[in-house]
Ligand binder design. Sequence first.
Ligand SMILES: NC(=O)C1=CN([C@@H]2O[C@H](COP(=O)(O)OP(=O)(O)OC[C@H]3O[C@@H](n4cnc5c(N)ncnc54)[C@H](OP(=O)(O)O)[C@@H]3O)[C@@H](O)[C@H]2O)C=CC1
Ligand SMILES: O=C(CO)[C@H](O)[C@H](O)COP(=O)(O)O
Length: 492
Amino acid sequence: MKADIGVTGLAVMGANLARNFARNGYTVALHNRSRARTDALVAEHGNEGTFIPTETLTQLVENLAVPRRVLIMVKAGQPVDDVIDQLVPMLAPGDIVIDAGNSHYEDTRRREAALAAKDLHFVGIGVSGGEEGALNGPAIMPGGPKESYEALGPLLEDISAHYEGDPCCAWIGTDGAGHFVKMVHNGIEYADMQVIGEAYDLLRSVGGIEPADQAGIFRSWNSTDLASYLIEITAEVLGHVDAQTGKPLVDVIVDQAGQKGTGRWTAISGLDLGSPIGAIAESVFARSLSSQSEIRATAQQMLAAGTGSVPAPQDADRDAFVEDVRLALYASKLVSYAQGLDMLTAAAAEYGWSLDLGTIASLWRDGCIIRADLLDVIMKAFGGRDTSRHPEPGTTAEGQPSNLLFAPEFRDAIAAALPAWRRVVATAVAAGVPVPVFSSALSYYDGLRRDRLPAALTQGLRDYFGAHTYRRADREGTFHTLWSGDRSEIEA
Ligand SMILES: NC(=O)C1=CN([C@@H]2O[C@H](COP(=O)(O)OP(=O)(O)OC[C@H]3O[C@@H](n4cnc5c(N)ncnc54)[C@H](OP(=O)(O)O)[C@@H]3O)[C@@H](O)[C@H]2O)C=CC1
Ligand SMILES: O=C(CO)[C@H](O)[C@H](O)COP(=O)(O)O
């Protein structure tokens, strides 16, 4: 008996994906660099399906049906190259190598080109959903050659999450497109968590609402248009009491947020593409600032003067404040999604990918960390799922808004939230509570809408010190003012 797929790398994600394939009726060959993980998986879960444990990559390959499908789920970076280098000499044209880790999309582009030259298919897929998603159904974002999706897609769709019958998996685009989309998913994930954190901080620092009571507030918000996995688990975390101290767990956890790199990559790519993704970038910087423990400790002594404060709202005012914060959170969240999707459009143009925003939003409706009711509305705003990527019926991508915020339902929602959003940012500034994403998102929104931006002055200054020239609003051409001469204007 040959296996339908081989999985190498059996830590949290690989082991759970392998079990997911097996539970869906596929025969799975298993391999891990150190044998112990393979043995543990078979010992603990061998009854969940048909596994073929192997000791070496050679054995793994020998046990695969043709075309061979090998899924790599090892630590991102050099380990992926190491495994590919070992696998390639053992594979034959038409075989498929799948990298399902959080690899950088440029690495995926490089690896895809190298394997294509050997007539091998290399498929970089983004997987989201953490440990539980990997086992029970993650969101899957596969890139790579479209023809490889014929041999691989059905397996991936079977193990993916499903939203109202639609698999949360569809071919995304060539080479690194799948990993790029997963990277942006994570960038949005960073912003989502940061706006939740800012809401929590405001409710506590200004509203005087303790974590246990906030758990109830977040639980109630999960029945509004904020309904999402992250809001749901926020209620769980805020409601959890530390068994050792009796304090809310959130008060015991060190306030320094970790990061493994995908958020940073999103911010860097945004800069490279010229995409204004300030809300996402601010969420990365917020984690960086949180981790600067020494400088923060010094600043608390050196920069103590002028700490803001506002009176805590009482009773009815408090309810109004809570609702204001909810609306500010929702508006800021919409802006970060708009920025992430806008960045996908920029990347599609840069890399020649045909990214369909409706399809991408549809994949994020379930299984992934940013899953939210909102994503079904976003999918519909972008014309639904592209049927050419998936056999299910759907509408065409024609008439898509050029920015999420232009879709009527979101334009109206933000307009309704705007007064509350401004009040919340103003209150936060007065109280000295940092709200980098609430405020950056609001500035993005205001910046988009403003008829004249101070960029005109920036251009004037650039022309003054560097003869960088400027365009005029009243006629065609490029101009330079002779600043150190008679200050007449010449056509450049
Ligand atoms: N954890 C999560 O929630 C998510 C993780 N991901 C991504 O999935 C991938 C796997 O994540 P996770 O399961 O957490 O595992 P880790 O990222 O912790 O990687 C551990 C695995 O990599 C193997 N490994 C490390 N170096 C090498 C090497 N040089 N050669 C061969 N194998 C090596 C380890 O083998 P050994 O046992 O021998 O040490 C082990 O199987 C990562 O890219 C991660 O970013 C994606 C979505 C969610
Ligand atoms: O990909 C994921 C979820 O979608 C991983 O959990 C990833 O590790 C999250 O990023 P970070 O560790 O930087 O918060």
